[in-house]
Ligand binder design. Structure first.
Ligand SMILES: [Zn+2]
Length: 412
């Protein structure tokens, strides 16, 4: 019993040191530049503890000293900032018609953002894993060539992701039961850093929480725009994953209830049902609906030019395009009103093509949310994401840095 008690005690002291490291890193991240004395005064840790922790964090390349304070009474103090020069997180994203990789340093600054045309839905899982591995190796070469160490890699997928990083279902990609994390680790031949997989929506809302204009909002939703539509949900400052990690799969909510024009039926969805949110607001659905000629020369594999055509038509006042966008916006608003009733978020941001088309989608969506939410008038803000089409990759890069931010020291 005694030895067990001792081991508990040792573990507890270790845990305290890990937690205290996280406190110091977080303080410096939010308040840099700041002195050791500032950290002690603001965190409640004693000065000797802060000095010891800061020394360790400097040795491991997580903090660095930068100059002395000015305009300050008393002895000048050495200021501390996060050291972005040594450690990097990598994030990848499987988009509708591209793969994206972002490398970000500890301070969250993107070091590289590469986009590569790729149609994962037609390529299939094996070719996608090969392409992800190739892109990763190129990014790792660039990053390590600049003298930095990769701490981890997280891939964002438009579908369901389980705790092992496998993808049980991604209807928009036509994937079922794909052990993505394991396959990518194998393809990278044990790269020496952790390889994780998450939903693109979870990674995107994590990026919003950290980097977007609504960073720090405790009740925040990011709705992805792409072939799939997924919701990343932050409630009370925490990411909601649900029991199996499948929370936020709102893309297959039926939104085509109510009268449809005569002779039409609810659009077919990748999942096999009809009238889902993804079948109305997914990028392929929007392009098909608003640009009936887009697929006249074969399936669309590059959505950006088509979205730009829709923007140009909408700007020019093209009535069918504007009406079509307003109708998509109403259906989108219906889905958002369900989220608002469930979660009562302060802010809902839409990403991908939904952000690109926001000037024409969101007025109708806001009206629908206002009309449909129960209780007092909704005060939720509905806005376009400012993080562009790479939000999930940025979130993936940030996720790879999370263990360090939680106070674990990097191995390197
Ligand atoms: Zn569906």
């Amino acid at each position: 019993m005694i030895s067990i008690d001792r081991s508990f005690q040792t573990a507890d002291l270790g845990d305290v040191r890990v937690a205290n490291r996280a406190v110091v890193l977080r303080h410096v991240r939010l308040h840099a530049p700041c002195s050791r004395a500032d950290v002690a005064a603001r965190t409640g840790l004693n000065k000797a503890t802060v000095s010891s922790l800061v020394g360790e964090l400097i040795d491991h390349g997580l903090l660095r000293e930068t100059g002395l304070t000015e305009n300050r009474v008393g002895r000048p103090a050495t200021m501390l900032v996060l050291d972005g020069s040594r450690h990097v997180g990598l994030g990848l994203q499987i988009g509708a018609d591209e793969l994206v990789v972002v490398a970000a340093d500890l301070a969250g600054e993107p070091l590289l953002t590469w986009r590569r045309a790729f149609a994962a839905a037609t390529a299939g899982p094996e070719e996608t894993v090969r392409a992800l591995a190739t892109l990763t190796r190129r990014a790792v070469t660039r990053v390590t060539g600049a003298g930095r160490t990769v701490l981890g890699l997280t891939v964002g997928v438009p579908g369901l992701v389980d705790a092992d990083g496998a993808v049980p279902a991604a209807p928009a990609l036509g994937w079922r039961g794909v052990p993505l994390a394991a396959a990518l680790r194998r393809a990278l031949r044990d790269p020496g850093f952790p390889v994780g997989v998450d939903t693109d929506a979870n990674l995107a809302v994590s990026a919003e929480l950290r980097h977007g204009p609504y960073a720090g909002t405790a009740d925040l939703v990011h709705l992805t725009g792409g072939l799939a539509v997924g919701a990343g949900l932050v409630s009370g400052g925490r990411l909601l994953r649900g029991g199996r990690g499948f929370a936020g799969a709102i893309g297959h909510l039926p939104v085509s209830a109510g009268p449809l024009p005569t002779g039409t039926e609810a659009p077919a969805c990748h999942c096999g049902r009809h009238g889902c949110l993804a079948a109305v607001a997914g990028v392929d659905a929007v392009v098909r609906r608003l640009l009936p000629d887009a697929a006249s020369h074969g399936p669309v594999t590059d959505y950006l030019p088509e979205i730009e055509r829709i923007q140009a038509l909408a700007r020019a006042g093209d009535a069918p395009v504007r009406d079509g966008l307003a109708e998509v916006g109403r259906r989108l608003g219906y889905a958002i009103s369900v989220l608002v009733d469930l979660l009562d978020p302060e802010v809902v941001v839409v990403g991908g093509h939904l952000a690109a088309l926001a000037p024409w989608l969101l007025p109708a969506a806001r009206a629908e949310v206002a009309a449909r939410t129960s209780g007092p008038p909704a005060t939720v803000r509905l806005e376009a994401s400012a993080l562009g089409a790479v939000a999930s990759a940025l979130g993936g890069a940030t996720a790879a840095l999370a263990t360090v931010e939680a106070g674990q020291l990097p191995a390197a």
